[in-house]
Design a protein around this ligand. Sequence first.
Ligand code: GDP
Length: 201
Amino acid sequence: MKIKSAIFATSAPDLKSCPLSTRPEFAFIGRSNVGKSSLINMLTGRNGLAKVSDTPGKTRLINFFTINDAWSIVDLPGYGYAKVGNMDRLNFNDAVGDFLERREGVLAVFVLIDSRLPPQRIDQEFITWLESCSAPYVLVFTKTDKQSAGRSQENIELFKQGMSEWRSELPPIFPCSAKTKLGQAEILGFIEQTLAKNRGA
Ligand code: GDP
């Protein structure tokens, strides 16, 4: 798919402030610093569209970008751990929870995972929670350029093995790099197909 236009539309602090969902949406989420802004910029070919920052946890708003005047990228605030007593508990803000549980017209959620790391409990916990939401999700393994292809593949395989213990069918998986643009064609192709299916539905 060719990106002819990619425009920042608006930011919303919570679900009720989100714009009317007039276009199909694709949401992006992951731990802060996983490479979400870089991926959005890489996919759209617009370097400054989403803010790339080395400071984790800066974005607390839901950001909407209108693509080709036809669909939207929704950049969701990241998730992390919060200390509850001496336990680490999965934590994301209410806006994220409400959005993923209740927003209509979300055709897919892209869950970003750092390909440099072996499976992390926090990503697995988030995905387990996401299973209870209605929108389908796919996995994007980011920053594959930072180590050998073999190492990325090894971490992806470990993640798949872990998931196959409780999920009979695995979601689509995209290895990606904002630097080499690995995964760009595949993800845009997936979005195009998903939009076409949705039009036919
Ligand atoms: P976000 O917090 O998830 O939006 O993450 P950012 O997109 O701001 O990226 C966090 C840091 O990782 C920045 O320093 C980026 O330049 C770097 N980064 C993100 N994606 C990639 C990638 O694919 N390859 C490399 N080498 N660095 C990346």
